[in-house]
Design a binder for this molecule. Structure first.
Ligand code: FAD
Length: 372
């Protein structure tokens, strides 16, 4: 617990002193923040969940959500840029492949991407079409991925491709940059601009045999989601906390009808409700992360935390912007960026609708399981 407290304080200081002053500029720049990534690597943030003997911080999902909340308070785009290597690390660790483990030390200095989504297959991940063709000594990959975070900067990729029909035929591969994999230009997007995403083209890319890190690629992707969703929920918590702080400060300072906005109940109630959402979202996030930390099943809790926190962030930031009135709509004030940054929290790592389907599926499954 003391260790977690110091990690959280370290992240808080880094967010306040290093990210916050640059957040607006990095958003406008819309490029991967390499100098900050290198600084954060010195503190272990991109490799929090990587074991110490492999160059990581040797921490777990609980520390990851604490750090994610603090960094996201300053900027969710930068937080994603600094922390997504942990998602790749989880995929490498959970694959059980020795070859995959050998890539973990690289995550402190290099960026890696996780390539599952295709233009016709996002929510329905089992519908991917990327093929892995067996050839002497390895595989040839044919396909196209889209919305792959940090692909423009990645030096290697975890790529999901089919070795046989159906979801059981999905395998996961490690693909090095420089093997023929091509990356498109950064996709123009609404928010979180310091975390660029792009298409990835695999036109007959030849990878050696050991690149196949698991034949149970679909199961791996689902297990990785259970660890990454609490992290996304924590990004939402950080963003919501920031929106509340900004709205509170503004409501104390700004007057209308001769009184501070805060003293108008219609405004004050919005802030109280944001606080209720914030507290609930944080507790759900910690619960999902705690179960993951103990190695226990958490699909229900991870989906619940992710959906609740993302929806609360989008709702809360909209209300916070409303408190700012016309100034909320101006890029000169902080709310416009927070508003743009929030939306994708309901989309990536599984949409809010898909989380509800998972929640329902898990509820039914657990009830059946528990009934005598
Ligand atoms: C900025 C950004 C970064 C991303 N980074 C990555 C990454 O690094 N790696 C990666 O692999 N992917 C990444 N993604 C992709 C992301 O995971 C998908 O966009 C997401 O899963 C949704 O898939 P889709 O876009 O194909 O939407 P669709 O699946 O086409 O869904 C469209 C709409 O229909 C709804 N819908 C679909 N099916 C159902 C259903 N059964 N019931 C109810 N509603 C449904 C969805 O909720 C959504 O509202 C990223 C996306 C973005 C925007």
């Amino acid at each position: 617990m003391d260790l977690e407290k110091s990690v959280r304080e370290l992240a808080q200081r880094f967010a306040r002193e290093r990210i916050l002053p640059q957040a607006r500029h990095l958003d406008q720049d819309a490029r991967f923040p390499w100098p900050l990534f290198r600084e954060a690597a010195g503190l272990g943030f991109p490799v929090l969940v990587v074991p110490e003997e492999l160059g990581g911080a040797g921490l777990g999902p609980r520390s990851l959500v604490l750090v994610a909340e603090e960094l996201a308070y300053a900027c969710t785009g930068v937080a994603a840029a600094l922390l997504l290597n942990n998602l790749v690390a989880d995929a490498l660790l959970l694959s059980g492949s020795a070859h995959a483990r050998s890539f973990l030390p690289r995550l402190r200095e290099e960026v890696a991407s996780y390539a599952l989504t295709e233009s016709h297959a996002g929510s329905d991940a089992a519908a991917i079409r990327t093929q892995a063709e067996r050839v002497p000594g390895g595989y040839r990959l044919h396909g196209r991925k889209t919305w792959i975070s940090h692909a423009p900067e990645a030096s290697f990729f975890v790529v999901f491709a089919k070795v046989a029909e159906g979801r059981e035929g999905i395998a996961a591969f490690l693909v090095e940059r420089g093997t023929g994999v091509e990356v498109g230009p950064p996709l123009p997007k609404l928010g979180q601009k310091a975390s660029p995403a792009a298409e990835v083209y695999l036109d007959g890319v030849l990878v050696p045999e050991e690149s196949l890190i698991t034949r149970q690629g679909f199961a791996l992707a689902m297990r990785v989601f259970n660890r990454s969703r609490p992290m996304v929920a924590a990004l939402a918590v950080g963003l919501l906390r920031r929106a509340l702080d900004e709205a509170l400060a503004y409501a104390v300072m700004r007057e209308a009808f001769g009184r501070p906005l805060l003293e108008h109940q219609g405004v004050g109630v919005k802030l109280a409700e944001m606080h209720m959402d914030l507290e609930a979202a944080r507790l759900l996030t910690l619960k999902a992360a705690e179960l993951a930390e103990r190695g226990e099943e958490n699909a229900l809790e991870a989906a619940t935390a992710k959906a609740f926190a993302a929806d609360a962030a989008v709702r809360g930031v909209s209300e916070a912007l409303q408190v700012f009135g016309g100034n909320g709509y101006s890029e000169e004030y902080p709310l416009a960026k927070l508003y743009r940054d929030a939306k994708v929290l309901q989309i990536y790592e599984g949409t809010s609708e898909i989380q509800r389907l998972i929640i329902l599926r898990e509820l039914v499954r657990r009830r059946i399981w528990e009934s005598p």
